[in-house]
Design a protein around this ligand. Sequence first.
Ligand SMILES: [Zn+2]
Ligand SMILES: [Zn+2]
Length: 504
Amino acid sequence: MATSDSRRSHRDFEGNRSIPNGEEVRNVRDAGVQTDAKVQGHGPRLSKANLFTLLSLWMELFPKKEPQQRENDAAGDTGLVVVHERMVLGLHCSSAQLHAGQVAVVKHGPRLKGCDLYFSRKPCSTCLKMLINAGVSRISYWPGDAEISLLSGRHDHTDSSHQEAILDATAAERLKSNSRPHICVLLQPLACTMQQFVDERSQNCDFLGKIAADNPTLNVKDLFRREWWNNLDDLFKKFFINDEEQHKYVLNKMGLENFCAEPNFSNLRQHMRNLITILASAAASVPVLEENYGFFMREPLGMGSPALPQDVVRHCIIQARLLACRTEDPKVGVGAVIWAEGKQSQCDGTGQLYLVGCGYNAYPVGSQYAEYPQMDHKQEERQYRKYRYILHAEQNALTFRSAEIKEEENTMMFVTKCPCDECVPLIRCAGIKQIYTTDLDINKVKHDISYLRFDKLNGVQKFIWQQKSSARHMSEQDALPTANGYMKRKAEETHFQCSKRLRS
Ligand SMILES: [Zn+2]
Ligand SMILES: [Zn+2]
C-alpha cells in the first residue's frame, strides 16, 4: 500500500488529510493501512486520532469524589478531549450538573469554533445542537453505547426512558445530517506492532522500573501482566458491548448501519478491542499497589498546597503515559501534562482542576523529523546524536499550553520521567508549584543528558513515586485514598474471561 501519498510526512498524513464522507467506514475496513510510520523507517507511534480517542475514554473514568447522581437525567458519564489544530485545549468529563458537551460550551465558549472534539460516547441532541452552533469543525465519538443509553430498558418496550433514548438518538441523527461539522467515528487501524510497542514501553517505564529496583526478587513482568488483566476486564465492561446483537442495535439507532454489515462489523469490533488493550497497557504501567506505592514527598515543605488524592494523581500520570505513546524519540517516550486547581467552578467532572497543557518528546514542530539525527550515545561522534534536537515532553507541555499559569493557583506537572537539567529551570520559572514524577534517574549523568538539578530544585513540591514506607514524615493527606475502587479486581477471576473475549 505504499503509495506516494503515504510517503508524505507523518504529521501531514494525519493532521491535514481531508475527511470525506464515509471515512469512518474506510478507516476501519482497511486494517493495516496505517503504515506511515513504517514508510519512514520508525517504530510505530499512536496516531493523533487514536491518542485523543483513548484520552477521551480515560477521561470518562476521571475519579469523582462521590458517585454522581444526576437529577432527572438519564445521561451516563462521558469523557471529552477538545483539540484546536495541534493543541489540546481541554480534557473534560461530565459532572452531576452538566454533560461533557455542555462543559465544553461553558469552559471554551467562542474558542470552540474550528475545534475537533473527541467523545467517549455519542453526545446527546442537547449537547450536539450547542456544539454545532458553536462552529466546531469535527465531532468524533466512540462507537459503543450513546451518552443517553440505548441499551438500558431496551427489552421493555413500555419503558419510557428507553423511548426517550430513541427519540434523542433520532434527533441527534437529524442534527448530524443537517449540520456542517463532520460528525463521525474516527478510529484508525493500529500498526500490527503497536500493541507490542506499547506493552514494552509500559513494562520498561520508570514506575515499574522503580518497583523492580526496590524489590530485586519481584517479577515485574508478572506484576505488569496481572495489572494488565485487571484493567482490561474493567475497561471492556465499560467500553465494549459484548453481545453482538446489542451492539448492532445501538449502531443502527445511532445511524451507523454501515458498520453492521460484514466485514465492517468485525473490523470495527476488533479495532475497538485493540484500542482498549492499548489503554490497559498504559494503565498497567502505574500499578495500583494498595498501601504500598504512591506519589509522596521526601521532605515535606511546611508550606504549599495539599497533595492531590492518589487516584487523581495516577489518572493524570496515565494521561501522560498515553501521550508518551506518540513520542518521536526512537527509544524513550516521555509524556507530561499540566493541570491547575482553579478557585471556583464545579461544572466540570474534574472538579476545580483544569488542563493547562500537555506534550510528549518530539522533534521541533513542522520539521521532517527523519532529517534529524536519531542516534543515541552509541553513536561515537556526538554531532550525530539526537539529544540537541529533541524537545522534551515538559518543554512541549509548557510551549503549547492553552491557559496561563497563575501565581495564585496551584499548578501541577505530571511527568513520566524525572525532569532533566534542561527542564528543571523551565519548570521552576514557569511557576509550577507541584510536580508528580519518578526519580529513577535522579543524580545520574547519562551520556548526553543529566539529572543533577532536580534534587536541588527548591520552591516546588516534589511528589515522587515510591514505597509508602520509604517516604518520611508521612502526613495524613498523603495516605492512599480508597475512594476509587475502579481498578480493584482479583486478577485470577478475570483472566479467563478476558482471554476468551480477546479471541472471539
Ligand atoms: Zn449531552
Ligand atoms: Zn528535560
